[in-house]
Write a protein that binds this ligand. Structure first.
Ligand SMILES: *Cc1c(COP(=O)(O)O)cnc(C)c1O
Length: 319
């Protein structure tokens, strides 16, 4: 992981969420201020609003499109800026270099959850980020049978990160590590397939009458597309789309799917679909009134996946 991320060192943890919470605990103390992107993975928000707040850290959420404007939110006590790109479920792309530079100008450490892109499609440390976080549970594991997380850090931050991990005592298990190492051997070719199949389905969905909107950074119609192109070298298999009209419900659509399973933890070989709940957002509320559905496009044949989604539309359209 250090080689892939271009980092000074990497720590392994028993879950992706532990790879979020341990670095936050390593670099934040009572009285500090922490800036977190509003489109962050929901369990990260829960940790920030729960444990971090209880420990006396003030957490403030910011617009994923803020760019260098983040300088206006920095305070002397701002110690961490936490980002995730694309945003969870709504896929906003941020200017990673602009945010990192503004954070560093005020002495804060930057952390990025890089799970969506994997280091094959984005390397945060090359864009000024100090710590790159992964849920290895997702593409690196790749088979939905292991949970693990990693944090890859630059020279300036690795010592404190590793020391905090040893103080707390959260380490990855050797058998899990073996599974992730095995998954990494095929991650390159799996991701090419996830990327190609997801984009093919996203383009197909975009042309449908019963779809209001497709949220996929590699589509030219996506608002963050230019920013994505400038920074990322590929897109993975996770994106979302919105059904047109309130009569088409997520439940009717999802119940008709057979190949797509219902499940949250993506990155494995099987396709998954879930309804998206954005009620935690304070700023980055995606606009539109139809049901938002997130797809993880797996390794199955695109023709079969399309047929499965057709059945979903048929069910949603008859209501
Ligand atoms: C899944 C996920 C996590 C958490 O990983 P777990 O191993 O399930 O704890 C963290 N961040 C992102 C973006 C994720 O998708």
């Amino acid at each position: 992981m250090s080689e892939l991320e271009g980092s000074a060192g990497t720590i392994l943890l028993p879950s992706g969420l532990a790879a979020v919470s341990v670095p936050l605990m390593a670099f934040l103390s009572a009285g500090d201020h922490c800036l977190v992107v509003d489109s962050v993975y929901y369990p990260t928000r829960r940790f920030c609003d729960g444990t971090l707040s209880r420990l006396g850290v003030e957490v403030e959420y910011f617009d994923p499109h803020i760019g260098e404007g983040i300088a206006g939110l920095m305070r002397p006590e701002t110690k961490v800026v936490f980002i995730e790109a694309p945003g969870s479920n709504t896929f906003e792309i941020m200017d990673v270099r602009a945010v990192s530079d503004a954070a560093h100008a005020c002495g804060a450490v930057t952390m990025m959850d890089n799970t969506w892109a994997t280091p094959l499609f984005f390397r945060p440390l090359d864009h000024g980020v100090d710590l790159s976080i992964h849920a290895l549970t997702k593409y690196p594991g790749g088979h939905s049978d292991v949970m693990m997380g990693s944090v890859s850090a630059n020279n300036a931050t690795y010592g404190r990160l590793r020391d905090t991990q040893m103080q707390i005592g959260v380490n990855a298990a050797p058998d899990d590590t073996y599974l992730v190492l095995r998954g990494l051997k095929t991650m390159g070719i799996r991701l090419e397939r996830h990327r190609d199949s997801a984009l093919a389905l996203a383009q197909w969905l975009e042309g449908r009458e019963d779809v209001a909107d497709v949220l996929h950074p590699a589509l030219p119609s996506f608002p963050g597309h230019a920013l994505w192109r400038r920074q990322f070298s590929g897109a993975s298999g996770l994106f979302a789309f919105r059904l047109k009209g309130e009569a088409r419900t997520a439940a009717s659509f999802l119940d008709a799917l057979r190949l797509f399973g219902l499940g949250y933890s993506w990155g494995g070989h099987e396709s998954l679909a879930v309804p998206v709940d954005l009620s935690d957002r304070t700023i980055a509320k995606s606009s539109g009134d139809g049901a938002l559905i997130r797809l993880q496009v797996g390794l199955e044949d695109v023709i079969d996946l399309k047929a499965d989604l057709e059945a979903g539309f048929a069910a949603a359209n008859t209501l």
